[in-house]
Design a protein around this ligand. Structure first.
Ligand SMILES: [Fe+2]
Ligand SMILES: [Fe+2]
Length: 307
């Protein structure tokens, strides 16, 4: 018997059957069923990510996994509130206290340090956008407040790694002191360009500017303007801009230059740690696969072990 559900489309991809007909693979979600995978074999009209539909169909077991086979669907045209959409999509909520924590850390470590004052001013100026922006469309920190959480994590992880190496003979003897002010500022600001890169809602999409320019150039331009406005020292200016540009480490990963001093390299690794941990979390959260292994994740090129 056919069943009816109201679902938000969390993700979708279009494929073609062996006979050449198009079909949809969907990731659907609501408050009671959680995330479910679904197939639409007969496309009546285009399905959009982030839209809510009545779906009619049957449950089926395919290769040991539960799947909803859609027989019919109707777009819900009424306005759905952002809160309802977040609840349906199971989107994480991030407390604004994370932002306050970033400011507190800058003040408590050293409220007079010029790098800290600069970073605090930039964060405060863009607070409204930072607290509502996601850090990605999918994969990691892809929810409102996700950017703030990611910046906080990268700032903290950078400080922890930097703090550890400041006390080992390697950095002490061969490199000199790590500049903690630069390191923390780089961590907290590295992705600030993302405030303009995605829409600020439960299921983010790229903005036109985000697609045309990319978050690294947007962040670089924003920080450059702030550095000039706040008349920062030339060396700090060059080094912070270098961190903005090099935090993805490689050209093929989006960075025009590779990290060329220790603080820049550490921000890159902190960025990797924060994004990978959040990626694992989102894979486990959205997993629809039965058994010990998650669905194959194309981004990581592996399944994850659940036990
Ligand atoms: Fe980035
Ligand atoms: Fe990042």
């Amino acid at each position: 018997m056919s069943e009816e559900y109201m679902f938000v489309v969390k993700d979708l991809s279009k494929g073609t059957t062996k006979r050449g007909s198009p079909f949809y693979s969907l990731m659907l979600s609501n408050e009671t069923e959680g995330t479910v995978s679904a197939k639409v074999w007969e496309i009546r009209e285009e399905i959009k990510r982030g839209s809510v539909y009545h779906f009619y169909g049957k449950w089926q077991t395919y290769q040991g996994n539960r799947q909803f086979v859609v027989e019919n669907y109707d777009l819900i045209k009424d306005q759905i509130s952002p809160q309802k959409l977040s609840d349906m999509a199971g989107v994480k909520s991030v407390s604004v206290s994370v932002f306050d924590e970033m400011i507190k850390i800058l003040e408590e470590i050293d409220g007079t340090n010029e790098a800290h004052v600069f970073t605090k001013n930039v964060l405060m100026k863009h607070k409204d956008k930072i607290i509502s922006a996601p850090a990605a469309k999918s994969i990691h920190h892809n929810f409102p407040g996700g950017l703030m959480l990611h910046l906080y994590e990268v700032g903290m992880i950078s400080m922890m790694i930097g703090g550890f190496f400041s006390n080992t003979p390697i950095v002490k003897d061969s490199y000199g002191k790590i500049d903690n002010g630069l390191l923390l500022s780089g961590g907290l600001l590295h992705d600030i360009g993302k405030i303009e890169t995605y829409t600020h809602n439960a299921l983010p999409e790229y903005t036109d500017v985000g697609l045309l320019e990319g978050h690294i150039p947007i962040g670089y331009a924003l920080i450059k303007e702030e550095l000039e406005e706040q008349k920062m020292d030339e060396m700090f200016k060059s080094k912070l801009l270098h961190i903005m540009l090099s935090h993805h480490e490689r050209q093929e990963w989006g960075s025009p230059v590779a990290p060329m001093f220790i603080e820049a390299q550490l921000v890159h690794y902190a960025d990797q740690i924060s994004s990978k941990v959040a990626t694992f979390d989102s894979i486990f959260t959205d997993d629809t696969h039965d058994g010990n292994w998650t669905d194959f994740n194309r981004n990581l090129n592996r399944s994850l072990f659940k036990e």
